[in-house]
Design a protein around this ligand. Structure first.
Ligand SMILES: Cc1ncc(COP(=O)(O)O)c(C=O)c1O
Length: 423
């Protein structure tokens, strides 16, 4: 099967103006390229409706509708039940900090929150900040050989005082998809709630907060083909319980406004309609018909096929080099991996590899990617971090081949060997 033709890669790439300048962008987990139509929605808002919402006059009503259109688009994107379940914010970090702040009155000294060592610091630090009120924070360990979070390790950590389990859907270093629905079921059975960081997942797979039965679910649009903006889904009843973060007259029932101090950014929120439009067109081009949600699902099915081809190609090369250690699973077993692939080369400083790659106009990144605790746990400091190649569906197998050729040129094909496998 010719997945690239079926996938219509030419159409896909034509939708991203930033791809037209000759660079290979493999730093998408840092930030993806933005869709032309997301930019167009922003300019439409700014040129035609750029007034404060809440006025009685026509343009103000149009602005309010644009914001609601953005919320509705985000609702479809994640399969929430109602637009009020979408909270907009400037970044995932800020949304999680706000969530932790808005939970204070429902927590008491001795309550417990579980976080994972494989998370980005955005989903650890805000919870650790609650230690000042006596909240106990426990770490769900990660197996440093398999890189998996084992549910059997979570179980003994939970007690009747556990209020929240915070976990990443996919680590932005490891690339493995965690079984969120399964984790949520276990957390709920113990009477706790779950808060998921989906930043590294949302660009790659269809999100279904209803099917997963998550309580809070957060990700950033600037890594999901949009501008620098982010959203948090929360179950409506949970959002009602959260403490207001806005003026005193924004009471508990003002959902989601009480959680968006200073208001949502209208043009950024409206740009989400452009992301969803694009996904719908992609879904329709892959042969799907039906409502928005059906088209979104079809789009991500097509995206998955394309991404699996990229993942398999790069992993196969990395496995063929006996001086390479993949920081994560070395195969894409059951499609359980997204194309964010981190690795180190024995005897090489990761920074040198990335800098050498600049000459090839291939954009990659090294470091711990703000998953500092994970990086330390798997021994990244001795390599000056990992090299991370993070691909999305607009990347091509030809680009992977270009990267492979560049790696061979930079490192030499017959590099000296030490150990093989994973750290
Ligand atoms: C997995 C993950 N979580 C959270 C964040 C933080 O997102 P933001 O920059 O929107 O705060 C990032 C950013 O790289 C990330 O990769």
């Amino acid at each position: 099967m010719d997945t690239q033709r079926q996938f219509d890669i030419d159409f896909v790439r034509s939708q991203f103006p930033g791809l037209q300048h000759g660079w290979t962008f493999f730093d998408n987990a840092g930030g993806s390229q933005i869709l032309k139509r997301a930019v167009e929605r922003m300019t439409t808002f700014l040129y035609d409706k750029n007034v404060q919402i809440g006025g009685s006059y026509d343009v103000s009503q149009q602005a309010a509708k644009a914001l609601m259109d953005g919320r509705n688009a985000a609702m479809h994107l994640v399969n929430a039940s109602r637009p009020e379940e979408i909270v907009f914010g400037s970044s995932t970090t800020v949304l999680l900090q706000n969530l932790a702040r808005a939970m204070r009155s429902q927590l008491s000294a001795g309550d417990e929150i579980i976080v994972t060592i494989s998370d980005h610091e955005s989903n650890i630090g805000p919870w650790e900040g609650l230690r000042d009120m006596g909240v106990v924070v426990r770490f769900w360990p990660l197996d440093a050989t398999t890189f998996e979070l084992d549910l059997a390790d979570l179980e003994p950590l939970m007690s009747e005082r556990t209020k929240l389990v915070c976990v990443t859907h996919v680590s932005n270093v490891l690339g493995t998809v965690n079984p969120i629905a399964e984790i949520a079921a276990m957390v709920h059975a113990r009477g706790a709630r779950i808060c998921v960081d989906a930043v590294a997942y949302a660009p790659h797979r269809a999100v279904d907060v209803t099917a997963m039965d998550v309580d809070y679910y957060v990700f950033s649009f600037y890594k999901t083909y949009g501008p620098h903006y982010a959203m948090m889904y929360g179950k409506y009843d949970h959002l009602l319980e959260l403490d207001p973060l806005y003026h005193f007259f924004y009471g508990r029932d003002k959902v989601p406004g009480k959680l968006e101090p200073g208001n949502a950014n209208y043009e950024l929120a409206y740009s989400v309609t452009g992301i969803v439009d694009y996904l719908c067109e992609l879904g329709a081009r892959s042969g799907a018909t039906g409502p928005t949600r059906a088209l979104i699902l079809a789009a991500f099915a097509a995206i998955t096929v394309q991404e699996n081809a990229l993942t398999d190609r790069l992993l196969s090369y990395l496995r063929s080099r006996n001086d390479c250690r993949v920081i994560g699973q070395t195969t894409n077993r059951d499609g359980g991996r997204i194309p964010t692939i981190s690795f180190v080369f024995e005897g090489h400083n990761s920074e040198d590899i990335c800098k050498a790659m600049d000459d090839y106009k291939i954009a990659i990144r090294f470091g711990d990617f703000h998953a500092r605790r994970l990086g330390d746990h798997v021994g990244l400091p001795q390599y000056n971090g990992a090299v991370r190649v993070s691909m999305v569906h607009y990347n091509t197998t030809e680009e992977v081949d270009r990267l492979v050729a560049a790696l061979d040129a930079i490192l030499g094909r017959d590099a000296p060997i030490s150990s093989k496998g994973t750290i």
